[in-house]
Write a protein that binds this ligand. Sequence first.
Ligand SMILES: Nc1ncnc2c1ncn2[C@@H]1O[C@H](COP(=O)(O)OP(=O)(O)OP(=O)(O)O)[C@@H](O)[C@H]1O
Length: 229
Amino acid sequence: MLAVERLSHSFRNGAEETAVLHDLNFRVEKGEMVALLGSSGSGKSTLLNLMAGLMKPTQGSILIAGHPIEKMNENRLAEFRRTHIGFIFQSYELIPHLTVRENVELPLVFQSVNAKDRKDRAMKLLHQVGIGEKSELFPSQLSGGQQQRVSIARSLITNPAIVFADEPTGNLDTKTETEIIDLLIHLNRHSGITFVIVTHEHEVASRTQRILQLRDGYMLENSQEGAAG
Ligand SMILES: Nc1ncnc2c1ncn2[C@@H]1O[C@H](COP(=O)(O)OP(=O)(O)OP(=O)(O)O)[C@@H](O)[C@H]1O
């Protein structure tokens, strides 16, 4: 589903070049739930931005569902991102003046799906993430955990090949964090959604099937099996 091959990245500021990622090689198979664990400055955001097609790597290749995204032009990439990749952010990134349901429907508006189908699919997902009854409220009327559920529903509405979650529980208390990770595990097991969860928290990473660990831009060899549950 995701293959990262010989991936390196450097930032250039004038004459100065900073190497941030060094020869990364890994795969995430369809239906897997993997954590990308690393402390601050280890290169997680850079790697996530590259895998999401938001930047081009200095070297190497990133294949999503068999497509090398670093070779795509801007338009193709934007279209590919909209249809094949789901995103969940630490700060939810919901649109405040749209209702919960309208937020979830939004990615389908760009795909010209008709209003009834959009509504049906959004409501189905909102029920699946446990907040069907909140569909006509606005994001500000929801708790942080509920807002993250909306964002999870929105990330799934296009049936993406892979979902990248960037510190999805970073703004939540421990109890809500557990509930959100439980939900992601449930969606992974029962709907076969492929997740890559970027985190600096060992507790979060240890609940996934597999941990890829970054340190100073290198992938540690002992990246390991997690507890899976
Ligand atoms: N545009 C840039 N120009 C130069 N260096 C950069 C740039 N962006 C990131 N870096 C450097 O790359 C390294 C990795 O940064 P990155 O943001 O990917 O780490 P991170 O693991 O996501 O950290 P955090 O958890 O704090 O967000 C850091 O040393 C950072 O200073």
